[in-house]
Design a protein around this ligand. Structure first.
Ligand code: ZN
Length: 84
């Protein structure tokens, strides 16, 4: 099964994941309400595919969510000592 991530804002293709089975908790789908699921996730059984609406890096920057996301990642605010 393939999971296609598409940017909700500009329509750009973001990423494609190839998975054997969908682990809802792993993808964060279990945090969504039924309404949000219907809104964000489209399952195409014939194509064995799932389409997920997301946001690309570009649009995250444009919309201004960047600062909010950075706050959630303390390693970026304090990079010393971290080697990737
Ligand atoms: Zn976008």
């Amino acid at each position: 099964m393939r999971i296609f991530y598409t940017c909700e804002y500009c329509g750009d293709h973001i990423d494609t994941l190839e998975v054997d089975a969908v682990d809802e908790a792993k993808f964060g789908f279990d945090c969504l309400t039924d309404q949000e699921r219907q809104d964000i996730i489209k399952t195409d059984i014939a194509q064995n595919a799932i389409y997920v609406k997301s946001l690309c890096d570009n649009c995250i920057t444009v919309i201004g969510l960047d600062d909010t996301l950075s706050l959630g990642m303390p390693t970026i605010a304090n990079p010393k000592g971290y080697i990737h």
